[in-house]
Design a protein around this ligand. Structure first.
Ligand code: SF4
Length: 182
């Protein structure tokens, strides 16, 4: 069952004790970006507004007019080398950093105004349980990329303290710590 905190519903997987450690901030290899990410029509439109300025950040120029948005439920970021060795999000730079993120920092615009929501939220994600019922869970890609074995056992939600605090707020995070002491 989901764990409810304030208006938020959190996936039960976050409250299982595991021997997993979130290592991304120490050793990010950007493997989570290899498949690209889901995007919305609105996010595509926002990114396209900066298309020309983003080009110099890309490994190869991208023809933004080819971005297929005909099926809004299936839009993803474009893939470089699609279905070939070296497939990756077209916005992943040679230095394994995100071109959209770097561009936003360079231009002093909010990263959230251009980077897709699910990239900002990763390694957390949203899981639809029903119409208008969504819980916060762990993106499946995280288990194959940035969650690694650890000698120490603990509740999984504690590995995502920074990310959860950003979404649910400090007071609700403290409430979780009280309810699930280490
Ligand atoms: S948009 Fe940026 S953060 Fe998102 S998948 Fe592509 S490279 Fe990674």
């Amino acid at each position: 069952m989901s764990v409810i905190v304030g208006p938020f519903r959190l996936s039960p997987e976050l409250f299982v004790r595991t021997n997993l450690r979130y290592q991304c901030s120490e050793q990010c290899n950007a493997r989570c970006c290899e498949e690209g990410v889901s995007a919305t029509l609105y996010e595509v439109a926002r990114i396209k507004e900066h298309a020309d300025e983003i080009q110099p950040y890309l490994i190869e120029p991208y023809d933004f007019s080819k971005w297929d948005v005909s099926r809004p439920a299936d839009i993803g970021t474009p893939l470089l080398n699609e279905n070939k060795p070296g497939e990756q999000c077209w916005f992943l730079r040679a230095n394994r950093l995100c071109a959209l993120h770097t561009y936003a920092l360079d231009k002093a615009i909010p990263v959230a105004s251009i980077k897709p929501y699910f990239c900002l939220f990763f390694p957390l994600t949203l899981i639809d349980l029903d119409v208008n019922v969504t819980e916060i869970g762990v993106d499946g890609k995280a288990y194959d990329t940035c969650l690694v074995p650890s000698e120490r056992e603990g509740y999984l939600f504690r590995q995502f303290e920074r990310e959860l605090r950003r979404v649910i707020g400090d007071a609700r995070y403290f409430e979780l710590e009280r309810r699930y002491p280490d």
